[in-house]
Design a protein around this ligand. Structure first.
Ligand SMILES: NC(=O)C1=CN([C@@H]2O[C@H](COP(=O)(O)OP(=O)(O)OC[C@H]3O[C@@H](n4cnc5c(N)ncnc54)[C@H](OP(=O)(O)O)[C@@H]3O)[C@@H](O)[C@H]2O)C=CC1
Ligand SMILES: O=C(O)[C@@H]1CCC=N1
Length: 266
């Protein structure tokens, strides 16, 4: 039984809370501080300000990076030498976070996505603290998905682009597939259903298969068939690969800019 404080419980903090509760953690372990959140799940304490009293075991920073300079100040009162502070803030680097919470037992950057609510999020981790703190973070992340510690902090912005922002890129792809099918005459609602079902099944199959995505694509493509004709369009001049590389680079670079903005303000 831990005392866990969520500071900012919007889309992402809320998804993590949902995942933890669905994974069996007791609601009574959680306190949420959020200025306007109308209600918290049953049994979770909802407050408007950081409470006085003993430091929490875990504090999750769940507000936006642009709010860091102001929102992080009162949080210090909830952090002691035994506290693990987790930050899901895109960009904001470990040194900036540490500067604000020098007393924390461990400071760990966490990059999940909204599928944490279903226990299906990839999660990038980078931080300090000892082996016991790392083990505690691993246990905390387990109900939310698959966590991986990163070898260097510079990789955090890449993982943010891939694992954190990635769902939005996939949603755009699903939409574009449906739009393309609709342009070829399929009713739009039917195109939406089929595109989503196809992506769901393809993802599940890839996750269950020992084959990599390249090999799986080749299995779909019969020689001289329809798939090869489509793949030839995606692959011409590395079109899709270049588009994805540009997309991830833009997201990665924005993370670095946000880190600089937070550094300058704190
Ligand atoms: N959305 C996503 O898919 C992902 C987001 N992230 C990260 O998660 C964080 C939150 O993003 P997201 O959930 O999308 O944003 P939201 O705006 O949905 O959530 C932020 C929450 O923090 C609250 N808040 C604002 N100021 C304070 C304060 N001073 N103290 C406590 N709470 C405060 C907000 O309240 P109010 O709305 O009233 O201002 C809001 O409920 C960001 O740092 C982002 O980088 C990381 C991975 C994925
Ligand atoms: O868009 C953002 O900045 C956040 C971080 C990753 C997903 N959402």
């Amino acid at each position: 039984m831990s005392r866990i404080l969520l500071v900012g419980c919007g889309n992402m903090g809320g998804a993590m809370l949902t995942g933890w509760l669905a994974g069996g953690r007791a609601a009574s372990e959680f306190t949420v501080v959020d200025p306007f959140l109308a209600e918290a799940p049953a049994g979770v304490t909802l407050l408007r300000e950081i409470p006085a009293g003993d430091p929490f075991d875990v504090v999750l920073l769940g507000f936006k990076p642009q709010q860091f300079a102001e929102a992080s100040v009162p949080v210090g009162a909830a952090v002691g030498p035994g506290t693990i502070v987790l930050s899901i803030l895109a960009g904001v680097d470990l040194a900036t976070l540490r500067g604000r919470f020098p007393q924390a037992g461990a400071m760990v950057r966490v990059m999940p996505n909204l599928a944490a609510a279903m226990g299906k999020s990839p999660i990038g981790l980078f931080g300090d603290g000892d082996g016991a703190a790392r083990a505690a973070v691993n246990a905390l992340m387990a109900p939310l998905g698959t966590a991986e510690w990163l070898a260097g902090e510079e990789l955090m912005d890449v993982v943010t682009a891939l694992a954190g922002s990635g769902p939005a890129f996939v949603y755009r792809l699903i939409d574009a597939l449906a739009q393309g099918a609709a342009a070829l005459g399929l009713p739009r609602d039917q195109a939406d259903r089929l595109a989503l079902g196809m992506v769901e099944g393809a993802g599940a199959l890839a996750a269950a298969s020992p084959l990599g995505p390249g090999e799986l694509a080749d299995r779909v493509a019969s020689p001289g068939g329809t798939t090869r004709a489509g793949l030839d369009v995606l692959d011409a001049d590395g079109r899709l690969a270049r588009l994805m590389a540009d997309t991830l680079r833009a997201a990665r670079d924005r993370g670095a800019e946000m880190a600089a903005e937070a550094r300058a303000k704190s």
